[in-house]
Design a protein around this ligand. Sequence first.
Ligand code: TUI
Length: 313
Amino acid sequence: MWRTVLCDLLNIEYPILQGGMAWVATGELAAAVSAAGGLGIIGAGNAPPEAVRQEIHKVRERTDRPFGVNVYYMSPFAEDIIKLVIEEKVPVVTTGAGNPGKHLPLLKEAGTKVIPVIASVSLAKRLERLGVDALIAEGMECGGHIGEITTMALVPQVVDAVKVPVIAAGGIADGRGLVAALSLGAVGVQMGTRFICATECVAHENYKQAILRAGDRDTVVTGIKGHYVRVLRNKLSRQFEELAARGASWEEMDKLGSGKLRAAVIEGDVEYGSLMAGQIAGLIQDVKPAKEIISDIMAEAEKVINNLGRIMQ
Ligand code: TUI
């Protein structure tokens, strides 16, 4: 089986990371992905440090393999989560919605690999100078908070702008997507939506079924400039659209969004919950174990590469 420099950097078997989605990416999912040879990542979201510590322990009870924690920089607990991951010697930290620059020296000293999620070349360059180990270039096909550039356009521009390894995210859910990412110069992929439909994912069955039902045009981008969020279309997304049409402020939008991700993931409220999902939702047809998701992708990628080799002759 083939490997990339990402496998050596993170000491994993396959160049596949699981997105650290708030509420969705618990210790159960992260452990399953890591045990299967990818990198499982706990989504700290807005959770307090003691809750995240429990998820870290869940992973360690289930596997000895490396795993990560995603630090969401808008969380009121972001600083405490950084302290926690240092104390717990978490092998990998990914970061989102903010600049981890000021924490880099401490994390590096603790031996933690730091891989920020970025959606622009300028931030990629700034973070490379500060000494990050790799970068996740996340295109706007992804679910949740999104940037403004597609994966196809963002990844090669980031690859050309930095020397550190680049991981592609956004719009990837199968072996074709993995090979496409490698073609753009990435060393691996991060997938979120695909892993929501993993058997081990604790997200409510209604959420998983909504992704399975989704077609290519069933996600919408809600919010206002700088605060765009991609979700599956439902009654809540229509309420957001009405607010935007009235020129509502970010504060009003934030108020409408409060607690809605939890409602979707935990309560299975598919009407008024925030069903964050990427545009690739339409490709996902089954719920299966993380191990199968990963092995199917690797097998398909190998076929695609061989096929491309034949085309070129
Ligand atoms: O963070 C994401 N995606 C997300 S966050 C989220 S919502 C949520 N809700 C409740 C609890 C926790 C989370 C849904 N989806 N993606 C990573 C990402 N980060 N993409 C882009 C960025 C980003 C943006 C600005 C990274 C850095 C940044 O820095 C600004 C600056 O210059 O400091």
